[in-house]
Design a protein around this ligand. Structure first.
Ligand code: EPZ
Length: 418
């Protein structure tokens, strides 16, 4: 197990090349088994969630090869429709495999998905949508068993714009008989990326990015060579790091409108920001002001995946911030760790009240989930003195080369074996 040792208080200056988006690449791995022809995903991020998805495909009998950052998937010999709990326990994204396996094999048997411990994370919306498409579903001994004679296009309405459910439905609909009209769809940019990938394979998907997505089932899908979009959450994380530490940063590869709600809040803090094409520039010169109120919402609202990082930012801003986490039940596990550093935060249910203090001080802190762990790193970068951030396995799930990118920006950070 590794830890980061961070000497806080240094300003950050420079630019960061953003990785391909974790939450775009993971459904693309699932989509790769929709065809028995080779699929190439360019520039996959060096993160453990991607390695885990690769292992899941190998368990199905697919061949997955990494050539540097490029990944090729050849699932012509895939023969299994089962995914063990060992792998699904690691990764929430394993649930996307339901749609793909049903399209490929007309059956799927997967253990209940795991992932970050940030809430109940049910999959009722996924399952009710698949039932409407003609899938029989049984749940036994922690496994979900799905079978169907054929997948039928259907009219589906999601009660909540679930990202994963939207993606699963697309994966089940692309070769279904007839047309699927999905209303109440999630509008995240990663859904648009999945639509582009599927259409490059010969699918007929339209409307991604809006709340009505239409899929016309086709007979065959071909292989594809595809470069995914860049990671807007990683980009937001580095922008917030610079806001906390002071300095100036340019993140490259992400369009401002993909994290427009974050940029709006960072301007409210007092950061100077401008974005052009796929570059975003941020300058943070003086002590910032707290955000009056932040509520996490589905896209284009404020992203829940940047809530922890923004909570860390508000800890040392002037004033008081109210931060409401609407998406997940227990996404404040970073708060007790921030309190060890001197943060003044009170959590009541889904609301955190953050009263700004002049500085945090270094401490030994433990990451409890992916984005909460990133928030602790950011807090340590801005704190007075030295911090140790433990249990990096959570952070490694979604951030490639974190310590190198931070060192290149001027941070004093070392990764050491515990
Ligand atoms: C995706 O998770 C992302 N993960 C999450 O990112 C992200 O936080 C989330 O979307 C929201 O944007 C990936 O894309 C791999 P949801 P997902 O289904 O699909 C409830 C990160 O840090 N819900 O949109 O699991 C659910 O409980 C991760 O990168 C149901 O009630 O999110 C939650 O409250 C964390 N029933 C809300 O919807 C369902 O069937 C949002 O979940 C499905 C979801």
């Amino acid at each position: 197990m590794d830890k980061l040792i961070i000497d806080g208080g240094r300003r950050l200056c420079g630019s960061v090349e953003i990785q391909s988006a974790k939450n775009a690449v993971l459904p693309l791995f699932a989509a790769a088994v929709l065809t028995d022809q080779p699929v190439t995903i360019r520039d996959a991020p060096a993160i453990t969630d991607a390695l885990c998805m690769a292992q899941i495909l190998r368990e199905l009998g697919a061949e997955v090869r990494f050539h540097g950052a490029d990944v090729t998937v050849d699932s012509s010999d895939a023969h299994s429709h089962e995914i063990s709990s060992a792998l699904t326990g690691e990764l929430r994204s394993s649930v996307f495999m339901l749609g793909s396996l049903l399209t490929r094999f007309r059956r799927a048997r997967i253990a209940y998905p795991g992932g970050c411990d940030i809430g109940l994370r049910p999959i009722d919306l996924h399952l009710s949508a698949l039932k409407r498409m003609g899938v029989e579903i049984a749940e036994r001994d922690g496994y979900i068993l799905c079978t169907c004679d054929r997948l039928r296009g259907a009219e589906i309405l999601l009660d909540f714009p679930s990202v994963g459910a939207t993606e699963n439905i697309l994966l089940a609909a692309v070769k279904a008989e007839g047309t699927t009209v999905l209303s109440g769809a999630a509008k995240e940019p990663e859904i648009v990326d999945l639509q582009n990938f599927l259409n490059a394979m010969g699918a007929k998907v339209r409307g991604a990015g809006t709340d009505v997505v239409t899929v016309e089932g086709v007979k065959e899908l071909s292989g594809v060579d595809y470069r995914p979009m860049k990671d807007r959450i990683e980009a937001g994380t580095y922008l917030i790091a610079c806001a906390i530490c002071g300095g100036e940063i340019e993140v490259r590869g992400v369009r401002g409108e993909n994290i427009g709600s974050l940029l709006h809040k960072l301007r409210e803090n007092g950061c100077k920001i401008h974005s052009k094409n796929d570059k975003i520039y941020l300058e943070s010169r003086s002590r910032l002001r707290c955000n009056r109120r932040i509520e996490t919402m589905p896209f284009p609202g404020f992203p829940t995946d940047l809530q922890a990082q923004t909570t860390a930012l508000n800890c040392t801003c002037e004033g008081c911030a109210v931060i409401v986490e609407n998406l997940f039940e227990t996404r404040f596990k970073h708060v007790p760790e921030l309190q060890k550093m001197g943060a003044d935060i009170e959590v009541k249910g889904r609301t955190a009240i953050v009263r700004g203090v002049p500085r945090l001080h270094g401490a030994r802190i433990v990451a409890g989930d992916l984005r909460g762990g990133a928030a602790l790193v950011l807090a340590a970068l801005g704190a007075e003195g030295t911090s140790e951030v433990l249990d990096l396995s959570h952070i490694d799930r979604g951030y490639s080369d974190l310590q190198y990118k931070l060192k290149n920006l001027g941070a004093e950070v070392r990764r050491v074996r515990v």
